[in-house]
Design a protein around this ligand. Structure first.
Ligand code: UD1
Ligand code: CA
Length: 464
């Protein structure tokens, strides 16, 4: 096999180390469940393994096993290996080996190193496919805490020395071990089986396999990452926040490259996946969660939150709007301060204005609710005008019921539509009505008490 022969995904097996306690997180949540970009760190690592086409993924778990399994236990294609006592990274890998076949390639990843790119991993796989070890390293201005990569005069990797075992000269080496490596499974099994723990920490170091491989004349092929953040581990919440910013910067850049103008790339958060159309404009402090699809020329004002929604072309979303599990049609205008709750579907040219809340409702083309309304469990026809303060009374304390409003109907301000109720097409509801019976097409319904004028009335006077 030559160095350039690509690793075949069919025989690639990924071991993810995730047994550590993460004491410095000061958290009841296992470290690998803390999120970057809205997704648990372990989720990022599993996704990387899946993108590489791993035939099998083994997660070594220990601390917080119950919570980790509750979150990821049902993900297909993952085997779980428990490491009851954390005796070192070599010991952790040993726990995974029984779940793996005799041959093939192994790639070791870390549950608390979430942002490594597949492009950085493929050279390691090529080295392992050629029979050696592919080792991911990082150049750091201050590599304190990292194992150091010791090379000979010719630049060949000889071994890795842990910080705690390093002498002063070794500590001056700025090339650090990321911990991520790839090796042939059969060789890995042999090396890991021979690891000892006679070192400063009394641990079984995975890093000791490098010296073993060198001793056997095998190639250890180092690959240095371009950006250190990619392999930055998380030990505390300060580092978690640093990684979050790094991740968000990358998300912002991807959006800009794809055609969105961002008022400030430092003030946008993507906690999921956003696909953007051309010439989209996004003002400051906009948060995206879940899967969001933006059409062409969508404009999003400051301080909006969009979660799991599809926004069609030319929609304008004014500031302080919250959208969850909704579909918004072409040229719709929302906000400021609009709230679309799950199940809202707005057709083209609809308007939803300030302090209007919609839930499980559809607005057909051109329908408008511009001010101060609650529209729940409603089917609203085309070009309907819903006056300010209109409420669909969809809940009787036990059951939810629907309101149906026909095309072209006009609902006067401050009306209560008591569901189940149907307002006919082209019907008018007088302002201030409480409508509990169906309104036929093209009629006027009004429940307001007649206005009286009392000419003899005197204003009360203040008692002295
Ligand atoms: C390890 C490397 C070091 C490297 C550093 C990068 C070894 C001996 N050292 O050091 O060269 O520079 O990572 O961050 O490999 N884990 C287990 N079970 C264990 C021990 C660790 O699952 O028994 C997991 C941890 O949860 C963590 C990862 O392995 O995700 C690394 O463990 P950690 O203790 O942080 O390793 P370091 O000593 O920092
Ligand atoms: Ca570490």
């Amino acid at each position: 096999m030559s160095l350039s022969s690509p690793a075949s995904p069919a025989n690639l097996h990924v071991v993810i180390l995730a047994a550590g306690k993460g004491k410095r997180m000061v958290s009841d949540l296992p470290k690998v469940l803390h999120a970057v970009g809205g997704r648990p760190m372990l989720g990022h690592v599993i996704a990387s393994a899946q993108r590489l086409g791993a035939a099998r993924i083994v997660v070594v778990h220990g601390h917080g096993s119950e919570q980790v399994l509750a979150r990821f236990g049902t993900v297909p294609g993952i085997a779980w290996a428990e490491q009851a006592e954390q005796l070192g990274t070599g010991h952790a890998v040993a726990q995974a080996l029984p779940a793996l076949p005799a041959d093939g390639l192994a790639l070791v990843l870390y549950g608390d190193v979430p942002l490594v790119r597949p492009e950085s991993l493929t050279p390691l796989l090529a080295a392992a496919a050629a029979g050696g070890i592919g080792l991911l390293t990082v150049e750091l201005p201050d590599p304190t805490g990292y194992g150091r990569i010791v090379r000979d005069d010719g630049g060949r990797v000889l071994r890795i020395v842990e910080e705690k075992d390093a002498d002063a000269a070794t500590k001056r080496i700025r090339e650090g071990n990321t911990g991520i490596l790839a090796a042939p499974l059969a060789r890995l099994r042999d090396w890991v089986g021979r690891l000892g723990n006679a070192n400063a920490q009394g641990e079984y170091y995975l890093t000791d396999i490098i010296e073993m491989a060198v001793g056997e004349g095998l190639a250890v092929v180092p690959h240095t990452v371009a950006a250190p953040e990619e392999v930055q581990g998380v030990n505390n919440r300060v580092q978690l926040a640093e990684l979050e910013r790094f991740y968000q910067r990358a998300q912002a850049e991807a959006l800009m490259i794809a055609g969105a103008t961002l008022a400030d790339p430092a003030r946008i958060d993507v906690r999921g996946e956003v696909s953007t159309g051309r010439d989209v404009q996004i003002d400051v402090n906009v948060v995206f969660e879940g899967r969001v699809v933006l059409g062409d020329r969508v404009r999003i004002g400051a301080n909006c939150v969009l979660r799991d929604c599809t926004i069609a072309d030319d929609v304008e979303i004014k500031p302080f709007t919250l959208i969850e599990q909704a579909e918004v049609g072409t040229r719709a205008q929302l906000g400021p301060y609009a709230r679309l709750r799950p199940g809202t579907v707005l057709a083209e040219d609809t308007h939803v204005g300030n302090f209007v809340e919609l839930k499980n409702s559809t607005l057909a083309a051109g329908a408008k609710a511009n001010h101060l309304s609650y529209i729940g469990d409603a089917t609203v026809g085309a070009a309907v005008n819903i006056g300010a303060g209109t409420i669909t009374c969809n809940y009787d304390g036990v059951n939810k019921s629907r309101t149906v409003i026909g095309d072209g109907a006009f609902i006067g301000s401050n009306s209560s539509l008591i569901a189940p109720v149907t307002i006919g097409a082209q019907a008018t509801v007088g302002a201030g009505s409480a409508i509990g019976k169906d309104v036929p097409d093209a009629t006027l319904a009004i429940t307001r008490a007649p206005q009286k004028t009392i000419t003899s009335w005197k204003r009360p006077e203040k008692k002295t």
